[in-house]
Ligand binder design. Structure first.
Ligand SMILES: [Zn+2]
Length: 225
């Protein structure tokens, strides 16, 4: 089963404008606004990994229509984007992940690492936006480049966004640690997040060692200790 859906894997433009190729993980509430704003900015369409459905909280905050309550969030995201960017809909006969597979095959043929084509199947993006929430019961862990910068956001019970900071994908906080960090973070508007993403990018975060932040959960530490 393909591990992602998206609003069409972007055609490479040269040189890339705006934030480059962005992967959204999670479309809770205001994260949808960020996605739509980025889709209208110059550059390739963002990709989306989201399997959750529209919640009552999404509707109450005005981010999703009531008639889609309980339906996949991607249905609404596609509908919104397709009206503004017809290229958001994949052409007939193609799958969303085809471009990623083609990239993996190209890297393999060019002598990339791995003894099998699947070993080269690491998705490459310029930026990842991961949205988490207290009602999440699991965390996506797609095979991404470990160095890609990820902006972690949390949607609180009040429906507002909190920014947990940017780190390398391999050193991001787990769900529990991100929620704990968000408790101390001020709420930010989705417009501020869009501004951050569309501002000329800062250098990629440097690797500073194994999980140097306050999250060492992937090493087996107890996040509540
Ligand atoms: Zn943690």
């Amino acid at each position: 089963m393909p591990w992602w859906d998206h609003a069409r894997l972007c055609r490479r433009r040269s040189p890339p404008a705006g934030p480059g190729r962005v992967l959204f993980i999670g479309l809770d509430g205001p994260a949808l606004r960020v996605l739509c704003a980025l889709a209208e900015a110059p550059g390739p369409l963002p990709c989306v990994l989201e399997r959750r459905s529209v919640t009552a909280g999404d509707v109450a905050a005005g981010h999703y229509p009531r008639r889609l309550l309980g339906r996949p969030r991607l249905v609404h995201a596609f509908a919104r984007l397709a009206g503004r960017r017809p290229d958001a809909v994949p052409p007939p006969g193609t799958r969303a992940e085809d471009a990623v597979l083609a990239g993996a095959v190209r890297r393999r043929r060019a002598g990339g690492p791995g003894g099998h084509v699947a070993e080269g199947l690491v998705a490459r993006f310029d930026r990842v936006v991961q949205t988490l929430a207290p009602w999440h019961r699991y965390e996506w862990n797609p095979p991404l480049e470990p160095d890609v910068p990820v902006l972690q956001l949390v949607v609180g019970e009040d429906g507002r966004l909190r920014r947990c900071g940017t780190s390398r994908w391999a050193e991001r906080g787990c769900l529990d640690c991100a929620l704990r960090r968000a408790e101390a973070a001020p709420a930010v508007g989705w417009e501020a997040v869009v501004r951050e993403l569309t501002t000329p990018s800062a250098p990629r975060p440097e690797a500073t060692g194994l999980w140097p932040g306050d999250c060492r959960c992937r090493l087996g530490a107890d996040p509540t200790a």
